[in-house]
Design a protein around this ligand. Structure first.
Ligand code: 13P
Ligand code: SF4
Length: 342
């Protein structure tokens, strides 16, 4: 039996009110990025449904800073850099973790929470750095440099982590390298990050030749051209950029370092030499500051959107699993990082 027309009208009105309220919530943050109220109204049904499902399924949603604004401001319970998200993943009480980031990040969450269900909405959200090296490559490197400790950037597969002594992220790479015993370190897989670290440590760094397709695209000439147009602007680059770009920067670090720098700085204008999501996030956080592009889009990070997050929660897909003994061995490297990085 269909509901009486008066009740139907009341229901329609209350649904419309909820959608409007949700769109206003999204618009509050996203207007600084140029999103209109109408665009926010289009996202509202999905963000409402996702948030509802999270509650019903006791799920928590972790989102890397490079994710789309409607994910960061609409459905994320925690947002941040790889390190911050690893900490969140190790502390959550939820039964399920939906990881909006790339595959190695979801794998890291699983390693730190073997008893929980970890879902990634898009299986093809990879990473050029993680794909640049295999466990066999690490074994060969260790043979070439016997007894030299191996530090791997968190942007690696679980199999690679299992062959290393400690992991690191861009937020704690130098600290982890310095904490290793001896005067030499094998650092992998990012060649540019290794060379940037070499500038800051006395230890001899042996590196691999992986690169990030997003950060290697920035050139020193490009930075110099922007510097000429905006001499007063502060340049913040990610450690995955080339040493030539880093040499022209006021700060080289991870995404959280950039946030902290801007928060503490009196400067009005900044250029973030990193993925576009980070500029969007900071533009929303610091609407009184000006952010000059160029930024570059990570095609892997952008594989995730509201539609596949909704599907992930509805169908409880795609579950990320790491087999033993890889999981336990990789966990030793991650625990070492969490211990040193504290
Ligand atoms: P963060 O460690 O700064 O979060 O960066 C991860 C990443 O993939 C950078 O490209
Ligand atoms: Fe990997 Fe680079 Fe994308 Fe980060 S930005 S996920 S390092 S490809």
């Amino acid at each position: 039996m269909s509901p009486p027309p008066k009740l139907l009208m009341q229901n329609t009105v209350s649904v419309e009110k909820r959608l409007l309220k949700e769109a206003e919530r999204l618009h509050e943050n996203m207007r600084h990025l140029g999103y209109s109220m109408n665009e926010c109204l289009l996202f509202a049904p999905q963000t409402l449904r996702i948030n509802e499902l999270k509650g019903q399924k006791n799920a928590v949603l972790l989102a890397h800073s490079y994710q789309r604004p409607e994910i960061l401001f609409g459905v994320a319970d925690f947002m941040g850099d790889s390190f911050g998200l690893s900490v969140n993943a190790s502390e959550t009480k939820a039964k399920t973790i939906v990881f909006c980031g790339v595959h190695f990040m979801a794998e890291t969450a699983k390693i730190l929470n073997p008893q929980k269900t970890v879902l990634i909405p898009a299986l093809d959200a990879g990473c050029s750095l993680a794909e640049s090296i295999t466990a066999e490559n690490v074994i060969e490197l260790k043979k070439k440099h016997p007894n030299v400790p191996v530090v791997c950037y968190v942007n690696t597969s679980a199999q690679v982590k299992a062959q290393c002594d400690a992991c690191c992220t861009s937020a704690n790479a130098l600290k982890v390298v310095e904490a290793m015993p001896g005067n030499e370190v094998i650092f992998l897989p990012d060649e540019y990050m290794a060379r940037n670290l070499q500038e800051k440590t006395k230890k001899k760094i042996h590196y691999w030749n992986g690169t990030c397709i997003v950060h290697e695209s920035f050139t020193a000439d490009q930075i110099l051209a922007y510097k000429a147009s905006f001499p007063d602007m502060k340049i913040l680059s990610h450690l995955e950029c080339t040493p030539e770009v880093v040499a022209l920067s006021d700060l080289a670090g991870g995404t959280t370092d950039m946030y902290n720098y801007i928060k503490a700085s009196d400067a009005k204008r900044f250029m973030l030499v990193t993925e576009c999501g980070m500029s969007d996030l900071l533009r929303a956080r610091f609407p009184q500051k000006e952010f000059i592009n160029p930024c570059s889009v990570c095609p892997y990070m952008k594989k995730i959107h509201l539609e596949n997050i909704l599907e992930a929660l509805e169908k409880e897909q795609f579950e990320v699993n790491v087999p033993e003994p890889i999981l336990s061995r990789a966990k030793v490297s991650l625990d070492r990082m969490l211990e040193i990085g504290k």
